[in-house]
Design a protein around this ligand. Structure first.
Ligand code: MG
Length: 357
């Protein structure tokens, strides 16, 4: 039996994870957490005693003694659970990319001490993990992250002035929660994923490329020094990376269909438009600057996305708020969680105070 703590149980990843657990008799849910949704019905249906809504999740994790923590919390709120799993050497199935972006150095130090597995549940990073497994780091030339381009691919900056929340939430290929869907429309998601890839795989930023691939069939590629590249292909369905992480290394079967190549499959790629979608470039700059700049990028982006979803901020102001906040933070490295919380709070305060024209 593999005991799973599912954090973010009512979100898009959480619901699909429950389907994966129900399919696999060797997986058992032992703890459930959500940010604010009631869990009593779900807990009763699965006979789970360790349940928590909101707050610090570390006591829940201590009490439920999981073998795997599936962290599908949204945003910086997931940091505590990420650090708990890494510190305790408990397998971390990580769907909360924000925690790795914000707490990168602390997370790597905790993983070093804990010695457990860190399995990404982000389609691109799961793909990279699979393409890199068993390869020597010296043989790797570069990583390629693919981006769908989101609902506004092909639009110029001038065409983005009056887009609505509903339009931004209409993602062409992936079914996801609202935060990551808006991040996909601004390309902030790919920026967060760029930093996530750097932290996970230790590859320098100038060796991680982002390309737009509208079909979302190729999830990532690894280029090797001999000129070969390995790509990971599949239908855009989060069931696969969730199942991969929860049943690692067995690759349990799923109900996701195989690719039908004979029916025709055209793979198109293009460069991202950094002028229309400046958050990707801002994330790269924050990542290269290091320290708590990535945490500040993430915090300011969370504030701006929440304001956009509330109708308080136009779409084009989201990157403006993030850029203004990044200009004002000091970005000094965090020595501990208290430092990180302070850097996060400072970036949120600055982002919240940016005047919007
Ligand atoms: Mg992704």
């Amino acid at each position: 039996m593999r005991r799973i703590a599912l954090l973010g149980a009512t979100g898009s990843i959480g619901r699909q994870a429950i389907e994966v657990v129900e399919r696999n008799p060797e997986l058992e849910l032992v703890a459930l957490a959500s940010g604010s949704s009631d869990l009593s019905e779900l807990a009763a249906a699965h006979g789970i005693e360790h349940v928590q809504v909101g707050g610090d999740l570390t006591a829940l994790l201590d009490a439920s003694e999981p073998d795997v923590v599936l962290n599908a919390v949204v945003g910086f709120a997931g940091v505590g659970a990420t650090l708990w799993a890494l510190e305790h050497g408990v397998t971390l199935a990580l769907a909360n990319k924000e925690s790795l972006v914000a707490a990168g150095d602390l997370a790597l130090a905790a993983r070093e001490r804990g010695g457990g597995l860190l399995l990404p549940v982000d389609s691109e990073h799961s793909a990279l993990h699979q393409c890199l497994e068993g390869r020597s780091p010296g043989s790797v030339h570069s990583l390629v992250l693919t981006a769908s381009g989101g609902p506004f691919r092909g639009r110029s900056r001038a065409d983005l002035g009056d887009v609505t929340v509903e339009e931004a939430l209409a993602h062409p290929t992936w079914r996801m929660g609202p935060k990551v869907t808006i991040d996909s429309a601004t390309l902030a998601n790919k920026g967060l994923e760029l930093i996530e890839a750097h932290v996970l795989f230790g590859v320098p930023y100038d060796s991680i490329e982002v390309v737009v691939h509208p079909a979302s069939v190729v999830h990532a590629l690894v280029r090797f020094r001999d000129g070969a590249a390995l790509a990971h292909l599949g239908h855009p369905d989060m069931t696969v990376p969730i199942s991969y992480a929860l049943t690692y290394p067995d690759r349990a079967p799923t109900d996701v269909p195989q690719l039908d190549l004979a029916a025709g499959l055209t793979l198109e790629f293009e460069a991202p438009d950094l002028e229309a979608f400046p958050l990707l470039g801002l994330a790269r700059r924050a990542g290269e600057a290091g320290g708590t700049f990535p945490a500040a990028f993430n915090a300011a982006n969370e504030v701006a996305v929440a304001a956009f979803l509330d109708g308080r901020l136009p779409f084009l102001a989201v990157p403006e708020v993030v850029e203004a906040a990044l200009d004002d933070v000091d970005g000094a490295p965090a020595r501990d969680l208290a430092d990180l919380l302070e850097a996060d709070a400072e970036a949120r305060r600055l982002a919240g105070a940016v005047p919007v024209s």
